[in-house]
Write a protein that binds this ligand. Sequence first.
Ligand code: 6R9
Length: 658
Amino acid sequence: MAPETPGSESRETQETLSNLLHETRRFAPPADLAAAANVTLDAYAEAEQDRLAFWEKQADRLNWSKRWDSPLEWNAPFAKWFVGGELNIAYNCVDRHVEAGRGDKVAYHWEGEPEGDSRTLTYSDLQREVAKAANALQELGVGKGDRVAVYMPMIPELPITMLACARIGAVHSVVFGGFSSSALSGRIQDADAKVVVTADGGYRRGAPSALKPTVDEAVKECPGIEHVLVVRRTGQEVAWTEKDVWWHDLVDRQSDAHQAQAHDSEDPLYILYTSGTTGKPKGILHTTGGYLTQVAYTHHAVFDLKPETDVYWCTADIGWVTGHSYIVYGPLANGATSVIYEGTPDTPHRGRFWEIVQKYKVTILYTAPTAIRTFMKWGDDIPAKYDMSSLRILGSVGEPINPEAYVWYREHIGGERCPVVDTWWQTETGGIMISPLPGVTAAKPGAAMRPLPGISADVVDDQGNTVGNGGGGFLVLREPWPAMLRTIWGDDQRYIDTYWSRFEGMYFAGDGAKKDEDGDLWLLGRVDDVMLVSGHNISTTEVESALVSHPKVAEAAVVGATDPVTGQAIVSFVILRGNAEESADIATELRNHVAKTLGPIAKPRQILVVPELPKTRSGKIMRRLLRDVAENRSIGDVTTLADSTVMNLISEQLPSAK
Ligand code: 6R9
């Protein structure tokens, strides 16, 4: 990390976040885990000494058809990693494990949402399926560099399609199965895709949910689409056009052998759109060699993956970057055995996740704070019914994890023995950047702790100066990293403007962060969400964490609403825990609790008890919509909400809560 300067001046600036939360709990790694850990303290020193040599060593985890000439070409802000190297990602994720005699090892335990509906795919199975799908895509005329849009439920054909694209050098663009036809057509048009792979539908909340009609709508707007390849998953009736072809008609008759070509280290692998709050979605472009290197290394390091014995489960949707990097590419590159679950955690009952952990003896679980808070709300007695003694490491991603949620996760899911790794990263970073190492770090609940070996992250003030310990400001990345986005698809200027213009020579992540007294990093939410109350910048995360630390609160979202006296005032939306009763003075109780925990400056002006919060499909709270409610505006664009009815529920609640 960059040298530190005293933080006192920078703490005064208006642009700098107030540092309110003090957390003193520490959880050291269990001794046996530390003793056998994949990565030890030495890795930091090694990477510090020679960052590029460190990443070259990690690139050697992969099988290269042609070795690179140089590790990095940095034409800021444009990077090329492992320049001149060639490899095939599908070969690295699948074939090489089969060739090494591990073909019978399970790659995926797939669990459908309907109970009893499951499939097991070994690495040999996956090799055959990917080869057939690659042959099928080629028969449809898909070649190297062509874009393939993917709009599918969480079924095995989804990773198979991604790997088939990677194998032939086609670029996949996976679009969340919950997005509307206009969101889908916009993404198809932006990437100029020529094929869409989809399914008739998928299962969600106990019922088949159609996908094909949405694709039909979207394709009408996309003349560039030549074929639509359709998996039969639910057996629903579907309309059919001359562009449509069934997966079972085309793929099943293909040869299960396919010769993989080597691709350049910088050939595009995929585009993934991030919605952002304004403007059109950004097509984040990832390439081949550097991306696979970093996701493989971080999956090995952060989850301490032992491929022979671990059963790893990342509960994310594959349509989110977390699924790309940590369900598909990282785990497969490492030869892991993973679980994929198609459905929702409460179908057919609220113990479904823990039933799956018990069934497959899952050892590593990677999920999101939003899910953890939901489980807290449902009650401790649910996970207590299952045998989860197989678990050894727990991960969190997607939002800052509130200390209370962290402690609950550790205790009620991890049996107080499993380290929790809070992993900070973004679609743009491609892989995990800041995280504890489970065998090394004495982790603090709520802190992402330190940049991983080989990564240089820092917190700067509004002038771009590094803040001292105890200071807050903006999270930046100082050096290029292997899995970094290469650009925004078709728009280099927007890439420069969005990420590389706020601070000279640094990548601006858009997140607020602080360094505590030990120099450990805490993420404080998107800077767009920061509230300015009586001249103090206050992070939404800290106030939400204070609310969640109250025994009656399961979830909280806070926003700043215009206020004649304080500039902005804090308005809180809370969901109560399953067993908590809504009493007349709950608002006073919670306001006082926040004042006691963080200080009077952070006391919310209003507390509104609501049944749900607006979230994206990856579980991030959409504070923008809550600001509309708090400021009595009509509610903005809700197209990326997981459940578009939520805003009605909240609005209905308002008069009584005020
Ligand atoms: C992987 C992913 C990125 C944004 C990021 C930040 C938030 C993700 C976090 C976290 C605090 C963590 N975020 N992980 N904030 N602690 N451990 O989520 O990618 O969907 O692109 O979102 O998510 O705000 O900037 P993406």
